[in-house]
Design a protein around this ligand. Structure first.
Ligand SMILES: [Zn+2]
Length: 174
């Protein structure tokens, strides 16, 4: 058993929104995909990104998550409503883990006295999904800091509704 496993105390697990594991693209495959884009497809994309409607649409083209991405996403969300009013710790006072578990979307817990957010790459492949997941766990972080142990009760969902409204997240998958 690892040192981390001895101290990991999961407090909250997110509901699994997507139960179908997504195959992950490795870097060489992604580079191959970019090299094979046709001029017509590039024009169709209109400079707004290459992620949709490609004739060579590859559903395995997803983010390769890193702890730095989680920390950056957390810091961004922390500057937005309603999180900016919550006095949440900065990301360097937090721990962030990327896991690849099919049975977990994300969770929040304490490890050696430090708040930790774990996010599974198997369920978070795009930025909007990642930010929505981080927002969910940030509500649990606030619950922990304020002593609210209601978890997914009415208070959670009242706050979640505001978060989803402000950020355009789907409350049905939040
Ligand atoms: Zn939750």
């Amino acid at each position: 058993m690892s040192f981390r496993a001895l101290f990991w105390i999961p407090l909250v697990g997110s509901p699994l929104c997507k139960l179908i594991p997504v195959a992950l693209a490795d870097c060489p495959r992604r580079l191959d995909f970019e090299r094979t884009l046709t001029p017509a497809w590039l024009a169709h994309a209109g400079g707004r990104g290459l992620y949709f409607s490609s004739p060579q649409k590859d559903l395995t083209m997803t983010l390769r998550l890193t702890p730095d991405m989680l920390a950056a996403g957390y810091d961004f969300m922390r500057t937005t409503d309603p999180f900016r009013c919550w006095k949440l710790p900065e990301s360097d006072e937090m721990g962030f883990h990327v896991v690849r578990r099919a049975d977990l979307s994300a969770d929040f817990g304490m490890e050696q006295g430090m708040p930790f957010i774990r996010v599974s790459e198997a369920h978070n492949g795009h930025a909007v999904t990642l930010l929505s997941t981080l927002a969910h766990e940030m509500i649990h972080l606030r619950q922990y800091l304020t002593g609210d142990r209601e978890l997914h009760g009415p208070r959670f969902w009242r706050v979640a509704a505001k978060v989803c409204a402000v950020h355009g997240f789907d409350p049905k998958t939040f």
